[in-house]
Design a protein around this ligand. Structure first.
Ligand SMILES: C[S@@+](CC[C@H](N)C(=O)[O-])C[C@H]1O[C@@H](n2cnc3c(N)ncnc32)[C@H](O)[C@@H]1O
Length: 299
């Protein structure tokens, strides 16, 4: 037993991420390639400190590990226990309210949601790039692509139906609310109702707006009901190293993003399906974005 039950809960929260072998291997390899001995590194959203430790082990002179949540207290203890307490400086708070005594050579961030950008990554990275990085700094990841496709997913739809009758009570209000937030599901390629479309392609080095507003069109490939939209990301960590959460890529704890429709949408082969998706940050102190979506037949 730990001396603090709260810290134990935090450790449990991070278990999924730390035991995600695909994620861990990709970041480990990228950090070893990108971080050079003597570098000053920022780890945005250090969690329990794993990526800061990898950067320190790769030879960083100084690592500034920024974290808004209390996991930073564990991270600090872990770093000291592993002999890196002198290299890693821990800063408790939101990155946008954090200042550093020097500019950094490298920004490492793993603030990726199942839909890539949905934890406000772009806004936080933009702020750090402008205020806290050297002009020629290396970003890891440096590019983020997201993809979307309408899906026929009876499993996820069963979940939506579940709320209509729980021991004879109608819990639809809870279902409507659950339909407004991005879910997570294990989507299969044979559930796609059209060809996936590129939703965003964000070069994190170029200061693009964190707002997204897109209308995308898909051609229905068979007669089927659409239950939701599936999304995934490809994070380019460095040359030749892409971390992908496509349904056919090696499994990760992110699985795929799932945006449920309030009601199933019947589609016939050849129908033109229009998808609208808007996303905007909810303020600098938040690490989630507000996302709206809609899906309809337009021809
Ligand atoms: C997905 S977790 C990753 C944790 C750790 N880097 C790892 O790879 O295991 C993201 C962490 O970033 C933190 N975070 C997100 N945005 C932040 C910000 N702008 N400032 C400080 N912490 C942030 C969250 O609190 C969360 O602990």
């Amino acid at each position: 037993m730990s001396d603090s039950p709260e810290l134990e809960v935090i450790a449990d929260d991070h278990y999924e991420m730390l035991s995600d072998a695909t994620r861990m291997k990709a970041y480990q390899q990228a950090i070893e390639r990108v971080v050079q001995p003597g570098d000053v590194v920022i780890d945005l959203g250090t969690g329990m400190g794993i990526l800061a430790l990898m950067a320190a082990r790769a030879g960083a002179r100084r690592v500034y590990a920024i974290e808004a949540r209390d996991s930073i207290h564990i991270a600090q203890r872990v770093a000291a226990h592993n002999g890196y307490g002198g290299v890693i400086a821990f800063l408790h708070g939101n990155s946008q309210a954090t200042n550093l005594p020097e500019r950094a050579d490298v920004l490492i961030s793993e603030t990726l949601g199942s839909f890539g950008f949905d934890e406000n990554t772009v806004e936080h990275v933009n702020d750090i790039r402008e205020r806290l990085l050297k002009p020629d700094a290396r970003l890891l990841p440096r590019r983020l692509k997201t993809w979307i496709v309408p899906v026929h997913s009876p499993g996820a739809a069963t979940y939506q139906q579940f709320w209509k009758n729980i021991a004879g009570f109608d819990f639809s209000v809870a279902r409507e609310q659950s339909a407004e937030v991005i879910g997570v599901a294990k989507v299969k390629v044979d559930e796609f109702i059209g060809s996936p479309a590129l939703l965003t392609d964000i070069d994190l080095a170029d200061g693009k707006s964190p707002q997204i507003g897109r209308l995308l069109h898909f051609i229905g490939e068979r007669d089927e009901e659409v239950h939701g939209l599936a999304g995934w990301f490809e994070a380019e960590l460095c040359d030749d190293l892409i971390l992908s959460t496509h349904p056919q890529a090696p499994a990760t704890h992110w699985q795929q993003a799932y945006l449920a429709l309030t009601e199933p949408l019947p589609v016939r082969a050849g129908d033109k399906i229009e998808v609208m998706l808007k996303s905007r940050p909810q303020g600098w102190e938040r690490d989630d974005a507000q996302i709206e979506w809609d899906c309809r037949i337009v021809g």
